[in-house]
Write a new protein. Structure first.
Lengths: 113, 183
């Protein structure tokens, strides 16, 4: 299934915060691959969306960074700050509530897998 | 595992810089991301130059510096009021004529019910006169939307906050956050 951009717009922060909450620390490429893996390629985060959001989260003090040298190049690992952890919980809770509302509103029968 | 040479590494970094990405931390993010992809691809016996071109071009729609522009936009937007161009001009219009309209309304309220709608000339005339200027600007904007392009381009975003008070992001921000692919 191909999701429309309108449908998933605004979920990027939630996705990143939740991934960081589950994986302690991650670098950019790792985040994109994890999303691909978890969604079985149905959602791909573009680099043009990922890094601006990570930098904004860092400026908001929701994530912290640490660097590691891989040979000559620098790898930046992102992890959640205490505020970020609380925000991740809040965002997931909000999204779950939103999904419940939409399921009720659109009368969607959950699939049994 | 294939490892990039120092020369290739320097080439990628200088190319990122040449393509307009100036924020150092963003450069390092992109550099690492590109290197990981290339190291995996070249390992499968692909040519470095072709592989690099294919990789970097997948990072943007028109230019690589879009990523930096979006980063700057998101950073600048924090704790600021974000307005479209039309909203901004509407706000200016309201600020210009708001005091005059308030003055008229205040007169209506204070003069009691007997006055009705017979507002004296010295009360309503300034409102009409001072409304004309912002109204004309709005009319010009409506008829020739590209007129204020050098200052506030069409579809630009206006950010209001503290230091600087007004920040104009001229490029339309195509905020497609996530790309999806069909399975």
């Amino acid at each position: 299934m191909n999701y429309s951009t309108e449908l998933i717009k605004g979920t990027l922060k939630t996705i990143i915060l939740k991934l960081l909450a589950d994986n302690k620390k991650m670098y950019g490429y790792e985040i994109t691959q994890k999303v691909k893996e978890l969604t079985r390629d149905r959602i791909q985060i573009t680099e043009g969306a990922l890094y601006p959001t990570l930098h904004a989260l860092e400026a908001d003090k929701l994530v912290t960074t640490e660097t590691e040298y891989i040979g000559k190049r620098i790898r930046k690992y992102y992890s959640l700050s205490p505020t970020g952890k609380a925000q991740a919980r809040e965002k997931v809770k909000e999204f779950a509530s939103f999904m419940d509302t939409m399921i009720a509103l659109l009368d969607i029968k959950p699939k049994m897998t | 595992m294939y490892s990039l040479s120092e020369q290739q590494f320097d080439f990628i970094l200088s190319d990122i810089n040449a393509r307009g990405v100036r924020l150092e931390s963003l450069q390092y993010d992109l550099l690492d991301h590109i290197c990981v992809i290339i190291e995996q691809k070249v390992e499968k016996e692909e040519d470095f130059d072709q592989c690099y071109e294919a990789t970097i071009s997948a990072f943007y729609r028109q230019e690589l510096r879009e990523i930096e522009e979006e980063t700057i936009f998101l950073l600048a937007r924090r704790n600021r009021l974000t307005l479209s161009r039309n909203q901004f001009f509407l706000l200016l219009f309201t600020i210009f004529i708001g005091p005059f309209v308030s003055y008229d309304l205040a007169w209506l309220v204070t003069s009691g019910p007997t006055a009705g709608w017979n507002i004296p000339l010295h009360i309503w005339a300034p409102t009409v006169v001072y409304s004309l200027f912002p109204l004309l600007i709005l009319l010009v904007l409506l008829l020739t939307p590209e007129r204020l392009d050098p200052l506030i381009p069409v579809k630009s975003t206006v950010l209001l906050g503290i230091r600087p008070f007004i920040k104009i992001i001229p490029k339309p921000i195509d905020r497609v956050e996530i790309e999806t692919t069909a399975r």
